[in-house]
Design a protein around this ligand. Structure first.
Ligand SMILES: *Cc1c(COP(=O)(O)O)cnc(C)c1O
Length: 371
């Protein structure tokens, strides 16, 4: 039996046709066509006014923070539980990440603890819709408004998720997405920044073009007032993205089906917490995840080797970021420190069959009974 992969993209003839067309014809006068079409289709899907395609989500976060005016020495509030890429751009700028604990039920940043972490130096909050779970956006936007802070929504894992009927990524000052090959849709590597704020859009557009501003009165082809960055997406990648975004409803539906298969299989197992959606949320379930609650006393490393021997791929929950050597640990972030060592991600790629999920859950249940 082939190994059951944790993630892999869903590629159909449509993706192959678009990429073939881009690589064959998408040059010269047509070298941006798929980029524009992809950005338009993405705007439509998310319901945001402006979209900028980038070569990665990490790059999009960097551009977003710059456009929000984050500078060296500023404090940026970030969740303790997330992928390192949510925080690295804060370091690029020389700003300081302030790690805040997550909630026990959503594993997303705790609004009350955001408020406690605010100081006169705080300028922005990065929220992360972890594994497709949805942050409490009304509370967070309210806090941001009261304290005059910017909000960047890292929706790399939340593409297709919704907060009270609004797509994640379209609620904060700006939102970012990832199209890395492990994510719900892919462009190979790639990202997107979305915003409803024209000023932010113009800033990120200039920063992403080496600082060239088409509106600058002194602008000539190779003239720029300041240096910038280059995180552009290639036309070939955008062709893949256009095909994928046109299939988003189907892709999200399958992710939800897979999650529900897990939920059925694991129902009644005390001590296992799944990332179920809250009443305010529509969860696109990028990655079905379980956390073993304390009484089970599971040895996660043993479980990984068991899965390995059964040819099943799995992954640990993100470790608390402040536990990494380059940061000062914030042990008070108790929930992140608890789930970071007791959670695992389960396979969820689009080609999975119900029988495979049943087999995965069989291994899991037997392991719990005998350990
Ligand atoms: C994947 C991911 C990113 C980074 O995306 P890249 O496209 O690989 O740069 C950022 N934040 C989160 C939460 C992610 O899961």
């Amino acid at each position: 039996m082939d190994k059951i992969q944790i993630t892999q993209p869903s590629i159909t003839q449509l993706e192959i046709d678009y990429v073939n067309d881009a690589v064959t014809n998408g040059w010269g006068a047509k070298c941006y066509d798929y980029i524009y079409k992809f950005q338009d289709a993405f705007s439509n899907y998310i319901g945001s006014d402006y979209c900028l395609a980038t070569s990665s989500c990490t790059g999009a976060i960097h551009l977003g923070l710059m456009a929000l005016g984050i500078k060296e020495g500023d404090e940026v509030i970030v969740p303790e539980s997330t992928w390192i890429a949510s925080v690295e751009p804060v370091m690029y700028i020389g700003a300081k990440p302030v790690f805040v604990d997550v909630l026990k039920d959503t594993w997303c940043i705790d609004p009350k603890k955001i408020e406690e972490a605010i100081t006169p130096k705080t300028k922005a909050i990065i929220v992360v819709h972890l594994y497709g779970n949805v942050c409490e956006m009304d509370e967070i936007m309210g806090i941001a408004k009261r304290h005059d802070l910017k909000v960047l929504e890292d929706s790399a894992e939340g593409l297709g998720s919704e907060y009270r009927g609004k797509k994640c990524g379209a609620i904060g000052d700006c939102g970012v997405f990832s199209f890395h090959g492990t994510k719900t849709m892919t462009t190979g590597e790639g990202g997107m920044l979305v915003t409803n704020n024209k000023e932010i859009y113009e800033k990120v557009s200039v920063l992403n073009d080496h600082g060239r501003n088409p509106k600058d009165p002194e602008n000539k082809t190779f003239w720029m007032r300041d240096y910038g960055y280059k995180y552009k997406m290639a036309n070939i990648n955008a062709a893949l993205g256009l095909a994928q975004i046109s299939r988003m409803d189907e892709l999200v539906e399958k992710k939800r089906l897979i999650f529900n298969w897990y939920k059925e299989e694991l129902s009644g197992n005390e001590g296992i917490q799944l990332n179920e959606e809250q009443e305010y949320a529509f969860n696109s379930y990028w990655m079905p995840t379980i956390v073993f609650l304390k009484p089970l006393n599971i040895n996660r490393e043993l479980l990984f080797s068991k899965f390995q021997s059964e040819n099943i791929d799995s992954r640990p929950f993100f470790l608390p970021l402040s536990s990494l050597p380059m940061f000062d640990s914030v042990k008070e972030n108790k929930i992140s420190y608890q789930i970071g060592y007791n959670g695992i991600n389960l396979p969820s790629h689009h080609a999975l069959k119900k029988s495979e999920i049943a087999a995965i859950c069989d291994v899991l249940r037997k392991f719990i009974l005998t350990n």
